[in-house]
Design a binder for this molecule. Structure first.
Ligand code: FPP
Length: 245
C-alpha cells in the first residue's frame, strides 16, 4: 500500500498523486480512423487536455504536466506544426478561464525557437496566473528531457569555470536546481501514456526516476475523466518503496 504523504489527497479511498505527467499521444491515429487530417486529432486532443486538467483539479491533483510538443516534433510537416502552435495560442488567448479555475500555468522547454507572439502569450499567462493556487498546469513545449539535463550541466559548468563553484559541490540537488522544474515543481509521481505506446519519449527523464507508469490503449482524444480515475486508482495500489524495502 502507498504511504500517504502530507501533500497527497485521498479521493474515494484512494490516494491521489501530487504530480501527474501525461504524454498526450494518439491524436494522429484518432484522426486517421475518421479519415480526417491529423490536425483535427490535435484539436480534439486540446479539448481533452482542458477536460482532463479540470478533472485532475477536482480530484485534488496539485501538479499536472502535459507533454504538448517535444524537441523532436519539429520533424513533422510544417502545416501540422503550425496547427499545434495555433492551438497553444488559442488556449492562451482564453486567459479568463485560468482566472475562473484559479489554475497556475507554467511552461517548460526551450521557448527561443517559438514565435515571438507565442512567447509573449506564454509569459503573459504565467504572469497573470502566478498566484493562482488550486492547481498548477505545466505545459511542456519544445521540451526534451535530455536537452534539459544538458542545460543544467552547462549552467553548472559555467559556474565552475568562473570559480563560483567547486567541482565537488556538484550533486543531484544542484542538477535539479538548474532544471526547468526547479523550485516549484515536485518530482512526478505518475506518468500516464495513452494510445498503446509504452515508452517515455524523452519526457521528464530526470524527474521520473521513481515515477509509476500507467499505459492504456485509449487514444488521447478519447481519454475521459473515468480513465484518469482508473489510472489514479491503479497508482493507489502500487507499492512504492523508493529503493527501500
Ligand atoms: C502526439 O500524438 C501528440 C502531439 C505531438 C501533439 C500534442 C498536442 C496537443 C494535444 C494539443 C495541445 C494543445 C494545448 C492547448 C495544450 P501523435 O500525433 O503522435 O499521434 P499518433 O501517434 O497517433 O500519430
Amino acid at each position: 500500500m502507498l504511504l500517504k504523504s502530507e501533500k497527497q489527497n485521498v479521493v474515494d479511498d484512494f490516494l491521489v498523486p501530487e504530480h501527474i505527467g501525461i504524454i498526450m499521444d494518439g491524436n494522429g491515429r484518432w484522426a486517421k480512423k475518421r479519415l480526417l487530417p491529423r490536425k483535427f486529432g490535435h484539436r480534439e486532443g486540446a479539448k481533452t487536455f482542458k477536460k482532463i486538467a479540470l478533472a485532475g483539479k477536482s480530484m485534488g491533483v496539485k501538479f499536472m504536466t502535459f507533454y504538448a510538443f517535444s524537441t523532436e516534433n519539429w520533424k513533422r510537416p510544417d502545416d501540422e506544426v503550425e496547427a499545434i502552435m495555433r492551438l497553444f495560442e488559442d488556449y492562451l488567448d482564453d486567459v479568463s478561464s485560468f482566472e475562473k479555475e484559479n489554475i497556475r500555468l507554467i511552461f517548460i522547454g526551450d521557448r527561443s525557437a517559438l514565435s515571438d507572439v507565442l512567447q509573449n502569450k506564454m509569459k503573459h499567462a504565467e504572469e497573470i496566473s502566478r498566484n493562482f493556487d488550486s492547481m498548477t498546469v505545466i505545459l511542456a513545449v519544445n521540451y526534451g528531457g535530455r536537452s534539459e539535463i544538458c542545460m543544467s550541466v552547462r549552467a553548472i559548468a559555467e559556474k565552475v569555470k568562473n570559480n563560483e563553484l567547486d567541482i565537488n559541490d556538484i550533486d543531484e540537488k544542484l542538477i535539479e536546481e538548474n532544471l526547468y522544474t526547479a523550485d516549484i515543481i515536485p518530482p512526478v509521481d505518475l506518468i500516464i501514456r495513452p494510445s498503446g505506446e509504452m515508452r517515455l519519449s524523452n519526457f521528464l527523464i530526470w524527474q521520473s526516476a521513481y515515477a509509476e507508469y500507467y499505459f492504456t490503449d485509449i487514444l488521447w482524444p478519447d481519454f475521459k475523466e473515468d480513465d484518469l480515475r482508473d489510472a489514479v486508482k491503479d497508482f493507489s495500489i502500487r507499492n512504492r518503496r523508493f529503493g527501500g524495502i
